[in-house]
Design a binder for this molecule. Structure first.
Ligand SMILES: CC(C)(COP(=O)(O)OP(=O)(O)OC[C@H]1O[C@@H](n2cnc3c(N)ncnc32)[C@H](O)[C@@H]1OP(=O)(O)O)[C@@H](O)C(=O)NCCC(=O)NCCS
Length: 146
């Protein structure tokens, strides 16, 4: 049974540790703290006392931006990403969101597959959006109606 809880400052060491383990260019603990301070939506999935996913969203009027969605390596490919995204889309619907947007790296095929399954389609690219080894990398921008 998955419980979704708001992320708090007390969670940030654990979140930042997973972030370091998952991404070559992770968000820092401070990036998450800034998101909490800015009032962004920030969620943890908890199962039997373990964190099995986290996500950060930002809503502006009727548009929501998915800023971070992560499943710790040992929990990947067991439906946690799907479950978190379903939770976020449900919250977005309840909040009157008409469009959810996100960026994903062109090389992140698991991420793109997950998002496509939930109705996201590519709507454009942002040039040199991400830091990358030896330069910058474009982002694919995807959107869906929750
Ligand atoms: C992308 C991520 C959030 C997916 O979460 P997950 O819990 O592993 O994914 P799920 O088990 O819910 O899988 C849902 C679908 O995503 C796709 N998918 C997930 N992992 C995949 C992989 N390694 N290879 C290919 N497709 C994959 C598949 O379509 C999968 O459905 P299927 O298992 O029926 O084939 C997770 O792997 C993750 O945190 N990755 C690292 C961080 C990241 O890339 N975040 C997104 C940044 S935009």
């Amino acid at each position: 049974m998955i419980r979704y809880e708001p992320m708090t400052v007390a969670d940030l060491d654990a979140v930042a540790a997973v972030e370091q383990a998952v991404y070559p260019f992770p968000w820092s603990r401070g990036n998450f703290a800034d998101s909490l301070a800015a009032g962004h939506g920030a969620w943890l999935a908890q199962e039997h006392g373990r964190m099995t996913a986290y996500a950060v969203t930002m809503q502006v009027l009727d548009e929501a931006h998915l800023l971070n969605l992560t499943v710790p390596p040992e929990h990947q490919r067991h439906g946690r990403g799907t479950a978190m995204l379903t939770h976020l889309l449900e919250l977005a619907r309840q909040a009157g969101v008409r469009r959810m947007l996100l960026e994903v790296r062109p090389g992140n095929l698991p991420g793109q597959a997950l998002y496509r399954r939930h109705g996201f389609v590519e709507i454009g690219r942002r040039r040199d959006y991400y830091p990358a080894h030896g330069g910058r990398e474009d982002a694919i921008v995807m959107a869906c109606e929750p």
